[in-house]
Design a protein around this ligand. Structure first.
Ligand code: ADP
Ligand code: MG
Ligand code: MG
Length: 213
């Protein structure tokens, strides 16, 4: 069962890789409006490195938390940029909540996503409303936890979280950036979704059924 959890993590990372490559140009374009245009490229570099590390770790027989830890470290290492560092931090927090020798369950993922949110906020200093990826991650984490608490079936809980992430990313259009690179460009970002929130919502939408929880 532990080995199955590790395989699910690897499968989810492969899905993330696919969707980020599809969205690479679009994310770069968003980031070019009020940032430096490298978000698509950075996410692709990060996830490519993470997938490579995860494949290696799985082949070496690592358990789910170790697989994801290796992936997170490599992501942060290779991605560059603020988002790369924060994805590394977030995935490390998630990894700490995964089971080493039992099946992956909804509760692990709920706790893990919330822990990732907490760490990303602690390290990056952003809060909901600052026009960052936190605007997608925070509602996703809270919605997932609430759905789980209310006894929703796992796929339904995940779908609700994905909707919350998308809505959150969408709402960043109405905000002027207060954190990250784009804050210095202020109103230039008004009307445009935050690239980090956009990629986070895309990624969550894609990995749900790979995790099967
Ligand atoms: P960089 O800004 O270093 O070029 P990226 O372009 O890859 O890095 O990522 C930009 C994204 O990072 C932003 O759209 C935002 O979502 C996210 N971001 C930037 N600073 C922070 C922060 N302090 N907390 C959370 N997210 C942040
Ligand atoms: Mg950038
Ligand atoms: Mg940059």
């Amino acid at each position: 069962e532990g080995a199955e959890a590790a395989r699910l993590v690897v499968r989810a990372l492969h899905r993330a890789q696919r969707v980020l490559h599809v969205a690479e140009d679009e994310l770069g374009t968003l980031d070019a409006i009020a940032g430096d245009g490298d978000h698509g490229r950075g996410m692709c570099r990060g996830v490519d490195a993470a997938v490579e590390a995860a494949d290696e770790a799985l082949a070496a027989g690592a358990d789910a938390p170790s697989v994801l830890r290796r992936a997170a470290e490599r992501w942060a290492d290779r991605a560059g940029g603020t988002s790369g560092a924060l994805w590394g931090v977030g995935l490390l927090a998630l990894a700490d909540r995964l089971p080493a020798d039992e099946a992956l369950a909804g509760a692990h993922v709920v706790d893990g996503v919330r822990a990732a949110r907490d760490e990303v906020c602690a390290v990056g200093g952003a809060r909901a409303g600052d026009k960052t990826l936190v605007d997608a991650l925070d509602p996703a984490a809270e919605t997932l936890a609430a759905a789980h608490r209310n006894g929703a079936a796992a796929p339904d809980a995940w779908r609700a979280a994905v909707r919350a992430a998308r809505d959150g990313a969408d709402r960043t259009k109405d905000i002027t950036a207060r954190r990250g690179r784009s804050r210095v460009l202020g109103d230039k970002s008004l009307g445009v979704a935050d690239p980090g929130a956009t990629s986070l919502a895309l990624l969550l939408a894609e990995v749900g059924d790979a995790l099967g929880v």
